[in-house]
Design a protein around this ligand. Structure first.
Ligand code: AN7
Length: 368
């Protein structure tokens, strides 16, 4: 398959002259999740968009292909980003491919092992800052105001443009928009990108309805939910450990225009969804990604999807027919691969039993 620029070029800010820096990202599977459906209950279909299967293991690649292509087109010689890990991994890989310099600022000791390995092996200049993600972002904003280095955080509009292709793929695959779009919220670029993608697909008549955007932050790092900056964000989901999201206001617009919500889930709820995805659906994600499923399970328990369906049925005859005949479709974005954070997986489960290299010892343990 082609990458997202080649596939969706008519909807992206590129021309035939744009040099395409791609790793054939995108085209990730949309997987039906029957076990999670059984927990949600009612007439729902749950679909998981497994973004961990992108080339560097996260959704960032959709935005980075465009950001690096446009940077090269503009003659840029270096890119820089602040990161909780995935942005740095993706920027490092695409910059390597573009043969330009990549500088990344990460919170010291604050990013998962796999992501650090990626940024380093792709040859980025990695600076571990004695501070958190928000400190790193402030620094790179300041640096790019004064120096000729391209910022590739999601403040760069090309990142959002590339990431909106995730919405196109979901609609292409479902033959329409889902009713709900569940997504983890960190720096809040992705929820904005998906909402933009859905709205554009509706404008050109590819879909005839829009989803409600339901975003989830980690309880200890939930500035949008709390309505104020969180100075010392805390969560085991290091990818979304962000106290002052760059796209805060735009994320609120996506929430409000779509009639959705942004709420918090606890680390315990995140870990529960994380283990459940791996053990019941066979899908290994990093903790931050499980926030979307944790949020859906939480809202299902509160009866949110049932009461929302009733409201839909009370609408026009056409909507009522659709609501009666079709199941509610929920798309959950699984933003990053579980292998990014092996330490968390091992800390969350029992260690393997150690046995002697003897047939009897092994048979005894496995119950034969
Ligand atoms: C797995 O890499 O912010 O709300 O610096 O890695 O668009 O920020 C990562 C964010 C969700 C949140 N899931 O997305 C970074 C960074 C995973 C992530 C998010 C991130 P946004």
């Amino acid at each position: 398959m082609k990458g997202v620029i080649e596939h969706y070029k008519q909807y992206l800010p590129v021309t035939d002259k744009t040099p395409v820096i791609s790793l054939n990202e995108g085209n990730t599977p949309l997987i039906r999740a029957r076990y999670i459906e059984s927990l949600v209950g009612g007439d729902v279909e749950v679909y998981l968009k497994y973004e961990g299967l992108n080339p560097t293991g996260s959704f960032k690649d959709r935005g980075m292909t465009l950001a690096l292509s446009k940077a090269v087109e503009a003659g840029s010689k270096a890119v820089i980003c602040a990161s909780t890990g995935n942005t740095s991994a993706s920027a490092a890989a695409y910059a390597a491919r573009a043969k330009i310099k990549c500088i990344v600022l990460i919170p010291e000791g604050g990013i998962a092992l796999g992501k650090l390995a990626q940024a380093l092996i792709h040859g980025a200049e990695v600076l571990a800052v004695k501070g958190n993600f928000d400190d790193c972002l402030n620094l790179v904003k300041e640096i790019t105001r004064k120096h000729p280095i391209t910022l590739v955080n999601s403040l760069n509009p090309d990142r959002i443009e590339g990431q909106k292709t995730g919405a196109f793929e979901i609609c292409d695959s479902l033959g329409g928009a889902p009713d709900y779009h569940a997504i983890p919220v960190g720096n809040a670029g992705n929820i904005v990108a998906y909402w933009k993608g859905y709205k554009e697909y509706k404008e050109i008549g590819k879909i005839d309805s829009l989803p409600k955007m339901i975003g989830f932050q980690a309880e200890g790092a939930a500035p949008i939910v709390k309505g104020h900056i969180v100075k010392n964000p805390r969560t085991i989901a290091t990818a979304i450990k962000i106290g002052n999201p760059a796209s805060w206001k735009k994320a609120e617009v996506a929430r409000d225009e779509s009639g959705g919500l942004i709420e918090a889930v606890t680390d315990a709820e995140i870990l529960n969804a994380y283990k459940l995805l791996a053990s019941k659906e066979g899908i290994f994600v990093e903790p931050a990604s499980a926030a979307s499923v944790a949020g859906v399970l939480k809202k299902a328990k509160e009866g949110y999807f049932r009461s929302e369906k009733r409201k839909a049925t009370e609408g026009s005859p056409e909507r009522s027919r659709r609501a009666k005949s079709e199941k509610i479709r929920i798309a959950c974005i699984l933003t990053g691969h579980g292998l990014k954070d092996p330490d968390r997986a091992i800390a969350s489960i029992k260690k393997p039993k150690v046995v002697a290299a003897k047939l009897n010892a092994v048979l005894k343990e496995i119950g034969f």
